[in-house]
Design a protein around this ligand. Structure first.
Ligand code: 4AD
Ligand code: MG
Length: 433
């Protein structure tokens, strides 16, 4: 036929032209004279119009008979369509079925979340997951762009490890030939080696936590972006963190308009999050503020979801909480210069109930201090020899942080559960599909 095969996302370039598109049927309605096919080609959701008088009788019959999720080649003319989110439709003149579909389980009716999660492999085809995954892709793209512009290089951290940076209770155990190994909880320790080799590095990869938490913020497998910077203190790290988060939000606003509309995410709300700086309060101040607002807690406790929600909503912006008690933070954080009960760290809490999206700190640089910390924490010195080496040969002030991609994405998209932010979530009670 010699027709140009296009992706529908490129429709604006082909208005009034005849094109060929590979599509699936999501829904349809028809009368005696016209059939409206709701179509998707992966890049967009749009309408195909089949007018009885303009097509062969076979084509019109097919349009009326075709079942949900049948795959087809369609040809036709691209038109603007101001009534749809997407803004373009196709006036179809021919249809060729590629793969039949019968009794597709996800109908246009409402389904329960367990049913949808059991059918995640099919549910991903729907418009909401599609919008979220496209925003996820934009956040990943913008992350690479941001860190590359800032002079970082991506240095991949291993996934099979012998060490446990974030505490030993949440490890997924496996075997590595004749020894024990664990799935990585964080690439940080390796990025610290990277910072001394390359100056500014970041990793982006899956991390694993056997957290027996069934909350809307916890995945067992999640993706973390972990930058690490040599010759840098915590203040400079906070500065990078807030510029990074604002950059992500701005990139999504600029490049995901249709997706945000599909999700009904309010752009004015997101715009507030691009205005810097983000407020900073100390853990001590946070405790006082919480107590004044009738929270029943004592200095030394870690914050749960109600506390984090209150703090970020109080400022109506992401807020940094600085310098938590040493007793509730990992062994590698830099001790405070004048207090021995807190460490130099910060969590970034997102508003609207999303809680911690970033955890970071300045790192301990002193060999003897860190050696003691490894011993006190009950970690195996043999496994941490390489890490301690980093303090033996030209140790420098350095800082870094980790952003959970799905936490950040859940917040940016305004979804209510982190499971929506990853294609195939691993949850406490789910490893299928
Ligand atoms: O605060 P965390 O535990 O910090 C670290 O792992 C550091 N080593 C990071 C670093 O400094 N390089 O985890 C970092 C972030 C959290 O702020 C949160 O966004 C996300 O990872 N996160 C989770 N996301 C989903 N499910 C879970 N179970 C998560 N645990 C942490
Ligand atoms: Mg944390």
């Amino acid at each position: 036929l010699g027709l140009k095969q296009i992706s529908m996302i490129d429709a604006p370039k082909y208005v009034n032209e005849k094109v060929k598109i590979g599509v699936w049927l999501t829904n349809k309605r028809s009368s005696g004279k016209i059939a409206f096919l709701q179509l998707r080609d992966g890049t967009a959701f749009f309408q195909g119009v089949v007018v009885k008088n303009n097509v062969s009788p076979e084509t019109f019959e097919l349009a009326k008979e075709v079942k949900q999720e049948t795959s087809m080649w369609v040809t036709g003319i691209v038109h603007e369509d101001s009534r749809s989110h997407f803004g373009y439709e196709i006036e179809i003149d021919s249809i060729e079925v590629v793969g039949e579909s019968h009794d597709y389980p996800i109908t246009p009716k409402e389904h329960g979340i367990d049913f949808l999660m059991d059918h995640r492999h099919l549910w991903l085809r729907s418009s909401r997951p599609n919008a979220i995954m496209r925003i996820r892709n934009e956040v990943i793209r913008a992350s690479y762009e941001f860190f590359n512009k800032e002079g970082f290089i991506k240095l991949d951290a291993p996934i099979l490890t012998g060490s446990a940076p974030e505490g030993t209770t949440e490890l997924f155990h496996t075997t590595y030939f004749d020894r024990d190994a664990y799935l990585s909880q964080s690439g940080q320790l390796y990025e610290e080696a990277g910072a001394e080799a390359f100056g500014k590095v970041f990793s982006f990869g899956p991390t694993f936590r056997a957290e027996k938490s069934k909350t809307r913020r916890h995945l067992m497998e999640f993706w973390q972006i972990e930058p690490e910077m040599a010759f840098m203190h915590q203040e400079e790290s906070l500065d990078i963190q807030e510029r990074y988060v604002a950059y992500l939000v701005q990139s999504v606003i600029d490049n995901c308009k249709i997706e945000l509309k599909t999700l009904d995410r309010d752009i004015d709300t997101l715009k507030k999050y691009t205005v810097l700086p983000y407020p900073r309060i100390s853990y001590d101040e946070a405790i006082d503020l919480l107590k004044k607002n009738d929270f029943d807690l004592e200095w030394g406790v870690d914050f749960g979801s109600p506390e984090e929600t209150f703090l970020a909503d109080h400022f109506d912006k992401p807020v940094f909480v600085l310098n938590y008690p040493k007793s509730i933070k990992p062994f590698y954080m830099k001790p405070h210069p004048t207090r021995d009960d807190v460490v130099i760290c910060a969590d970034l809490l997102a508003p609207e109930g999303y809680g911690e999206i970033i955890g970071g700190s300045e790192r301990a640089v002193d060999y003897d201090y860190l050696y003691d910390q490894v011993v006190k924490t009950g970690l195996d010195l043999k496994e941490y020899g390489w890490y301690l080496d980093l303090r033996k040969y030209g140790s420098v002030p350095h800082a870094g942080f980790g952003m959970g991609l799905e936490r950040a994405l859940t917040w940016i998209t305004g979804e209510d559960h982190v499971r929506e932010a990853i294609p195939f979530p691993r949850l406490l009670n789910r490893i299928y599909p």
